[in-house]
Design a protein around this ligand. Structure first.
Ligand code: B12
Ligand code: SF4
Ligand code: SF4
Length: 373
């Protein structure tokens, strides 16, 4: 019996890329580009240097296996090109609610990655139907998203380390499709648009931007609020009212502030941008997981949200409010010593030292109790 002839490959020219781009637009993608599938050598060097300099603070992500995350051909055998897509995530900002509320980082108000992934899947499905291998990635440990987007000529690296899109700023999530199709590559770099500006470096509440494009994760509040463990004392005041994510280095960025709103999406409910603090501390695990389970917190465990909420309460809570005192008294007696540590800090910061016990069976809590205010 004769074997069926393989389907002829389509011409993968600029018109084909335009068709692929068209498939992403219904999902809100506004910018696309194509990079080669060559090794991301600059990102590999940067990762190695960050690890060697101790700036990764236990982060896994793309740092766990740098060879894999910087080699598109390990993601897809025989990969020839990478189709890159950017989707804006700026939404109208709801009013801060009257009750004591914590701030959520803009990228986490709603799940912006889900529609981006749908867009990428639309592209991958088409490429597969045309006989190519194609795998979508967005915020996945397999590839360094910003570097591949930079290569595809989508934006420049801001001094705040974010990728800024010309005329649009950095409120964008990024993703790509690694494929065996030889799409026409356009790696014309976007010129630096920061020039002499250094607002982000000066505005970072913890000085985490050590030099242009270099973040010390141990000080970056985005990581501090994600990572497991006790939040270092010297960073707790800087956490301010943040429960998850930090936007300061983008909120001050002139091109992002000026051009970002052009791509703004409709309003969202206040509950997505602000989280009432006391209900987070008194509600059930199930409620917290149902609302915030998609956040990157160790084991998706609600104790890390509660830890952050205690720090926020210490920073912005009303010491005279009986409900605040009641919640702190409960957490000072919680079974989880990690939460007791943060409750001690919050109580002391609010001038509610009288709620604190004289001592504690756990050494971490004892140390916190003994620390001078
Ligand atoms: C680990 C990680 C983090 C870590 C570390 C961030 C970091 N800067 O490395 C933490 C948890 C702190 C974090 C925070 C945030 N993240 Co994050 N994160 C990632 C992740 C998973 C990997 C990033 C990575 O590999 N870094 C490796 C290091 C070496 O890369 P780099 O710092 O960008 O280094 C480059 C520059 O230095 C540049 N470079 C080289 N020479 C020079 C010279 C100059 C002058 C300059 C300016 C740059 C430059 O080249 C290097 C290599 O590419 C990606 C998703 C992914 N799979 O890629 C998302 C990702 C980078 N994060 C994203 C977002 C949205 C955020 C936050 C805004 C979220 C928030 N609001 O809290 C903050 C922003 C903090 C910041 N200022 O960077 C988006 C960024 C989108 C964009 N437009 O840039 C990504 C791409 C997720 C996505 N798919 O959309 N993140
Ligand atoms: S996200 Fe916040 S803490 Fe991190 S570098 Fe930007 S301003 Fe600093
Ligand atoms: S604040 Fe200024 S220096 Fe920082 S990323 Fe924006 S334009 Fe660049």
């Amino acid at each position: 019996m004769r074997r069926a002839e393989p389907l002829p490959s389509p011409v993968t020219d600029a018109a084909y890329v335009a068709e692929l781009t068209g498939l992403t637009q219904p999902f809100g993608v506004t910018h696309t580009g194509v990079a080669s599938a060559d090794v991301l050598t600059r990102a590999r060097d940067a990762i190695d240097r960050r690890v060697a300099a101790g700036l990764t603070d236990g982060m896994q992500f793309t740092f766990k296996n740098p060879q894999r995350s910087t080699t598109p051909q390990l993601a897809v055998k025989g990969a020839q090109s990478v189709f890159v897509a950017a989707r804006p995530y700026l939404l109208d900002t709801p009013e801060r609610p009257a009750e004591v509320s914590a701030r959520v980082g803009r990228y986490a108000w709603v799940d912006h990655y889900a529609p981006l992934r749908e867009a990428l899947w639309a592209v991958a499905t088409r490429l597969r139907a045309d006989g190519f291998k194609a795998v979508p990635f967005a915020d996945d440990n397999s590839i360094v998203d910003r570097e591949v987007a930079y290569r595809a000529g989508i934006g420049w690296f801001g001094k705040n380390a974010n990728l800024l899109l010309p005329g649009a700023g950095s409120w964008f999530v990024l993703g790509c499709v690694v494929t065996t199709a030889a799409l026409p590559v356009n790696e014309t770099p976007v010129a630096d648009g920061c020039a002499s500006c250094r607002r982000c470096l000066d505005a970072c509440p913890t000085g985490a931007i050590l030099e242009p494009g270099v973040i010390d994760a141990g000080r970056c509040l985005a990581w501090v609020l994600q990572k497991p463990g006790i939040i270092p004392r010297h960073l707790r005041a800087a956490v301010g009212d943040r429960i998850y994510g930090c936007d300061d280095c983008q909120e001050v960025c002139p091109p992002t502030v000026r051009f970002g709103p052009k791509h703004a999406a409709p309003a969202v409910p206040a509950a997505t941008a602000w989280m009432a603090v006391l209900p987070m501390l008194t509600g059930s695990d199930e409620d917290l997981i149902a609302r915030w389970g998609r956040w990157y917190l160790a084991d998706r465990h609600p104790r890390w949200i509660r830890r952050n909420a205690l720090v926020v309460l210490g920073n912005i809570g009303d010491a005279a409010d009986a409900a605040v005192q009641q919640v702190l008294a409960e957490y000072l007696a919680d079974d989880d010593p990690m939460l007791r540590v943060h409750a001690v800090w919050a109580a002391r910061r609010l001038g509610l030292g009288h709620l604190m016990p004289a001592t504690d069976p756990h050494p971490d809590v004892r140390q916190e109790l003994q620390t001078a205010p």
